[in-house]
Write a protein that binds this ligand. Structure first.
Ligand SMILES: Nc1ncnc2c1ncn2[C@@H]1O[C@H](COP(=O)(O)OP(=O)(O)O)[C@@H](O)[C@H]1O
Ligand SMILES: NC(=O)OP(=O)(O)O
Length: 317
């Protein structure tokens, strides 16, 4: 097998803005992102694509709640919304990859693996929801939300608006890891641990059971990249570079940076919880687990970042 890259695509990066969040809009964004992923494959990497589902799983949950409120339809549990988004987004990425391979005359196949990820039922995240999902709300919306949904827990998501949060336990084990490895060793481009994976817990009889949560896809992708000893861990998001003083007048892009320096900047509080901080932590964990190179950038700079010219490149040195 050639070099292995795990590329994690952000759920928000598949949705350009509030006016472009239909399924068709998302497919166009997937097709655009996939072109850049295939560029990386053409650079000689076998690729596992992982993806987020933050916005999508929130939309799906809300649809189910609205149908329940309006027409007494049954509710869809959050864990099943995870599974639904994994299938729906995986389908789009798989189809777009296959079409792009065919267009470029690349004899490769793409396959999505429905992935369960084990978590600890005693994870403190279950009593401390922190994962933003669904739509962004502004100050005016918040008055209505407080009245109509007093049970929702809301946070300010990196100054982009308010979002509902749900528990996000740490991933412990990727249940389908062997199948993913088997496929990648056959040269198949795999889409896996979508939405961070479907969270499951293990009971005393060793049975797996779904649990309502949304695993952070950066953490699950890091676990997969570390377990498979990936040569490269890439997080593709909406910004070309990680910045210090993000959103301020003195904002500065980070290019090449060492593991030690990024940890210092993290500890100084430069990276917003719920958005950039989990990405930084995932890269740090990947490098501390033996990885050598992690990249954070946007889809259209993926190839240049892999070559070493763009993006934020964090190295273990
Ligand atoms: N220090 C930072 N540097 C760059 N972007 C940051 C920083 N802090 C927060 N952000 C925000 O984090 C976003 C990425 O997080 P998010 O949208 O949650 O990711 P995802 O693409 O995985 O859905 C960026 O688009 C940017 O708005
Ligand atoms: N599950 C998850 O981490 O999704 P996002 O990357 O879309 O937030």
């Amino acid at each position: 097998m050639g070099k292995l890259a795990v590329i994690a695509i952000g759920g928000n990066s598949l949705i350009k803005d509030k006016k472009h969040q239909t399924v068709d809009d998302q497919y166009l964004a997937v097709c655009e992102t996939v072109k850049h992923i295939v560029d990386v494959i053409e650079e000689g990497y076998e690729v596992i694509v992982t993806h987020g589902n933050g916005p999508q799983v929130g939309f799906m949950l809300r649809r189910s709640e609205i149908a329940h409120e309006a027409d007494d339809m049954h509710l869809v549990p959050l864990v099943n919304c995870d599974a639904d988004t994994q299938g729906a987004i995986g389908y789009q990425i798989q189809q777009a990859l296959q079409n792009e391979f065919n267009k470029r005359g690349i004899k490769k196949k793409a396959t999505t693996v429905v992935s369960q990820v084990e978590v600890d039922k005693n994870d403190s995240a279950f009593s401390n929801p922190s994962k933003p999902i669904g739509s962004f709300y502004n100050d005016d919306d918040m008055d209505k939300i407080k009245k109509e949904h007093p049970d929702w827990i809301m946070i300010n998501d990196s100054g982009r608006g308010y979002r509902r949060v749900v528990p996000s336990p740490m991933p412990i084990k990727i249940i389908e890891q062997d199948s993913i490895e088997l496929l990648i060793n056959k040269g198949i481009t795999v889409i896996a641990v979508g939405g961070g994976g479907i969270p499951v817990i293990r009971d005393e009889e060793d049975n797996l059971n779904g649990i309502n949560a949304v695993i952070d896809k950066d953490n699950a992708s890091c676990l997969l990249a570390s377990e498979l000893n990936a040569d490269l861990f890439i997080i593709s998001t909406a910004v070309p570079n990680v910045c210090i003083n993000f959103g301020k007048e003195n904002q500065e892009k980070l290019h090449d940076i060492s593991l030690d320096r990024i940890k210092e900047l993290r500890d100084e509080g430069h990276f917003a919880p719920g958005s950039m901080l989990p990405k930084i932590n995932a890269c740090v964990n990947f490098l501390e687990n033996g990885g050598t190179k992690a990249i954070i950038t946007c889809p259209n700079e993926l190839k240049e970042a892999v070559i070493g010219n763009k993006g934020t490149i964090i190295c273990n040195r």
